[in-house]
Design a protein around this ligand. Structure first.
Ligand SMILES: Nc1nc2c(ncn2[C@@H]2O[C@H](COP(=O)(O)OP(=O)(O)OP(=O)(O)O)[C@@H](O)[C@H]2O)c(=O)[nH]1
Ligand SMILES: [Mg+2]
Length: 222
């Protein structure tokens, strides 16, 4: 695993300071521009955290939604076509999904149906959007009607990772929706998970309080 050890303490600090943490995944055929979109959004804010064994890249980002600080984990994989399916852990506990196709390659639009089907097997309720990338290569495509998103009731964005059109807007919208979903999950299993997480946090909090108590008493013990 090519983990850049030097960047870990900083990553952890940001996570520690954040009031909420969300995971956003990106799906779509190879070379549609998933990585370029994330890089465009994050610019040089963060060096990606690469787990090359799994062809997985994690991009860490801190956002502000309302007045809350949010730690966002963006998950990106490479060469997905080679694997056919994503590993289930990719979907695990994701709070939103960005589905990307390349306006210059029709097959990548057709394949959205497969990506969407797989997404919904694992995450039936999370917010999702459809992103038409590379519009800089042919602005005329923005007059075309891409009905897949509409049929599924998904928001649709024309973007360009190359010149930045609509990229920040799309990511900000999705971060906001991910936070809304995390705070108010409509999937029963997610509600249970959220309860368990809160329970664990409470337990941790209580045991820390106990430890503090011990420390206060320790001089008398010694
Ligand atoms: N013209 C144009 N080219 C783009 C744009 N976004 C990405 N590309 C190009 O498309 C190619 C693929 O981009 P990537 O970001 O690597 O694609 P990916 O979806 O991450 O591909 P995998 O990692 O293989 O799954 C690169 O050559 C990019 O330079 C865009 O908005 N416009
Ligand atoms: Mg990539």
């Amino acid at each position: 695993m090519a983990v850049d050890a030097g960047s870990i303490p900083e990553l952890d600090q940001k996570k520690y300071d954040a009031e909420e943490q969300v995971k956003i995944i990106c799906l779509g055929d190879s070379a549609v521009g998933k990585s370029k979109l994330m890089e465009r959004f994050l610019m040089d804010e963060y060096r990606p955290h690469q787990l090359s064994t799994y062809a997985l890249t994690l991009y860490k980002h801190t956002a502000t939604v309302g007045n809350k600080s949010i730690a966002v984990d963006f998950w990106d994989t490479a060469g997905q076509e080679r694997f056919q399916n994503m590993h289930p852990s990719y979907y695990h506990k994701a709070h939103a999904c960005i589905m990307v196709f390349d306006v210059q390659r029709k097959i990548t639009y057709k394949n959205l149906a497969n990506w969407y089907k797989e997404l919904r097997e694992y995450r039936p309720e999370i917010p999702c959007c459809v992103v038409a990338n590379k519009i800089d290569a042919d602005m005329k495509v923005t007059q075309r009607n891409f009905s897949f998103g509409k049929k599924q009731g998904l928001p649709f964005y024309f973007v360009s990772a190359a010149d930045g059109t609509n990229v920040v807007k799309m990511f900000r919208d999705m971060i906001k929706r991910a936070v809304e979903y995390k705070e108010n999950p409509s999937d029963f299993m997610d509600e249970v998970m959220e309860e368990l997480e809160n329970f664990d946090l409470e337990k941790k909090h209580n045991s820390e309080a106990e430890e503090d108590g011990l420390k206060a008493e320790s001089p008398e013990l010694g």
